[in-house]
Structures are given as structure tokens and as C-alpha cells.
Design a protein around this ligand. Sequence first.
Ligand code: CTP
Length: 398
Amino acid sequence: MPASFLLGLCAGLAFARAHARRDAAKRRNDENDENDENDENDRDGDGDGDGDGERRPVVVYMDGCFDTMHYGHANALRQARACGDKLLVGVVNDEEILRCKGPPVCDARERADAVRACKWVDGVIEDVPYEVTDAFTDELFAKYGVDFVVHGDDPCLAPDGSDAYAYPKRVGKYREIKRTEGVSTTDIVGRLLRLGARAMGEEVEEEEKEATFCTTSSRVAQFLGNNAPPAEDARVVYVHGAFDVFNTGHVEILREAQKLGDFVLVGVHADADVRARRGAAHPVLNEKERALGVLACRYADEVVIGAPAKITNDLLTTFNVSVVVAEDEDPYEIAGEDANAVAAARGLYRRVPRAREWSALSVAARVMENRAAFEARNARKTKSEAAYYAQKTHVKES
Ligand code: CTP
């Protein structure tokens, strides 16, 4: 993560070495496992080294910017959590990101809230430094009881060009997870820049880049995780919408929805419906990407991918819905008809106040306010990402 600003300079070379580094990382992880097993003080073999018979939870730490938190970040957090029993996440502050990478789209509070809402996260440490210094790493070990520092297998250099995670690697406290292909903040900012430009009436060429993210059934299953189906007598709360560029506004409505029942079912509208309602430049993320964003949220139990924009009697009956929730300020009309009319007629419709202003357009407006800086950063990073995709080889996800 640190020194991504250097990435543009040395990305080609660094990405070319990524494959070899992944193999090395796997070997390192295996060696660490062996070391754990061979710890002589760990008489009860529970891995905590004290022999008291009680197994201490393994605490894992991952840090990052988590700007415009996306399903790639969520998948990193999912994999990190699987490296231990408890996941702490360090969220870098705005000043540090501005200094090292350029302006963030979301502020520190929004980024921390988005991370906190992710179902694989047990705790958030706000305001962590961009640079993972030895002193800070020692603090993680001593103060927070961190056992392993985890990062994606993308090049991660300190400002002086050295390996940002050299210290935890040296002491055998580093684990590496596979970075999720095909999605990044750079990519999303690029999509937001195009949306913003179109909203300002500019002619924008269609993106030529091939879509690099393919949603598999196993990825959906991984994101569903341990979510159980609703019990027969569960009060099912249905929330539906585009859920485009998932963020804190969405988190809030799902949190509200959870208070109204036992099971939150989220209808993620089909791309064509979002386009019909909001215009040709929408949605920013496709329905599978949007569904993954929702599924990673701790307040969502299940998603309907490509749900109908207009509630039907059949949908309410099929899913045994007890209440349909919508935000107050969001009159939901399709071709002049209230999309929730059927739910209202059955007495199932509840409106809740909008907690935070958030839409794909409002976040695109933020990007457009700082357009030159985002365009410059994206030009740099898009080049390095393209270099990576041009030379990439297959890497198996663990
Ligand atoms: N990450 C990942 N897959 C992605 C994007 C990020 O696994 N597609 C991981 C990173 O490797 C890191 C964590 O998510 O361990 C936090 O990443 P962050 O610091 O927010 O940013 P970047 O690595 O710059 O990624 P992005 O540009 O998408 O924010």
C-alpha cells in the first residue's frame, strides 16, 4: 500500500516480478506455519506459546486506504480474516493519502465506516500512518496483540523503494493474500470521471478496456459466507435499489433495515433497470459487482441479483417479505408509477429517514471537483495496471 505513488515509475518491473514474489510468499507462509508448530514453549500446542491450555485468538492486521471501498477490498479482508481468528484493519488518514497518493474520494470517516461495516472485520484502527514503520509495527504487536500483518500480493514499496513490509516478514509475522483481479479504486475513479463528464454534457467515448472481472459462483458463495437462510417465522425485511458504488449511505439504510426484522434481503436492481431510471451512463458498477458489495456488508443476509425495480406480489410472497423499507427522500417512480405501490397496498411499506447523502452522481461530483488531480493520478496508475494485465500469468487463489 504505501508508496503507491512510486508505482507509476517502477510498476512494469515490479508487476513482472509479482509472480515470483507470490511463490516466495507462499513458501514463506508455509515456513511460518512450520515455525509455529515447532515452538518449544508452546507446550499445549495451541499456537499461543504459553502452554495454559487455552487457545488465544490469532489476531491478523491489514491496512490500507480503502477508498471507494469495493469488492476487491472486501475480498482482501475476507482472505485476511481467514488467516486468523480476529481481523483488525488500519485505515490511513486523509492527510497521509493526500501527501502520498493524491486526494482520496472518500474522507477518513467514510472509509473507516465502510471498512467497519464489512462482515469480516472485527475492529478498525483509525488514523494509521501510510508508511508502515518498524515502530508502528512494534506497536501493533505489543499494544494490539497482532500475530500477522497481511497484505495483497501487489508491489508494496516504502517511499525509499524498500519493501514496506520487510520488518514483519523478517520476524515471520507476514502473510500474503491474492489481490482481486479486475477491480481497483483507479478503475472506479475512471468510471466516476466518465459519469461526471457525461453529467456535465461532455461527449465521452465508451471505455475500450475489456472487463477484467468475472463473477464466479464460488466468489458469490464466498461472499455469502456463513449467512443462514431465514427461519420459517423470520421477519424478512426487503430493501431494494441500485446500490451503485456501495458506501456509507447504503450501510446506513441496511443497518436501519436490520432493526426492523430478523433477515435483510436486498434486491439489487438489474443494470437495464438502473439505466432506464437514471440514464445511459449508469450504473457505474454492474449488477454482479454491486451484489458483491452488498453481500460483504454485515447488515445484509441475502441478495437478489438483478431484482425487478418494481415490487411485485409474487416477489413479496416468494420471499415471505414482512416489510419493505425505503428512504424518505427517495420517491421511487418507474414510468410514473410508484415502484413500492404493491407493498404499500399490502400494508408492508415503511419509510426511514435518509441518514447520509450518497449517490453515484454525488460521488462523481466529488471526483469532478478535483478532476485534474484524479485524471493525472489515473493516467499514471492506469498505465501501470495495463502493463500488469498485459503480462499477467495465472495465479491460483488460496
Ligand atoms: N486489494 C486487493 N484487491 C484489489 C484492491 C486492493 O486485494 N483489487 C488489497 C490491497 O492489496 C491491500 C488492501 O486491499 O492489501 C487495501 O488496499 P488499498 O491500500 O486501499 O489500495 P490499493 O492497494 O492501492 O488498491 P486500490 O487502488 O483498489 O484502492
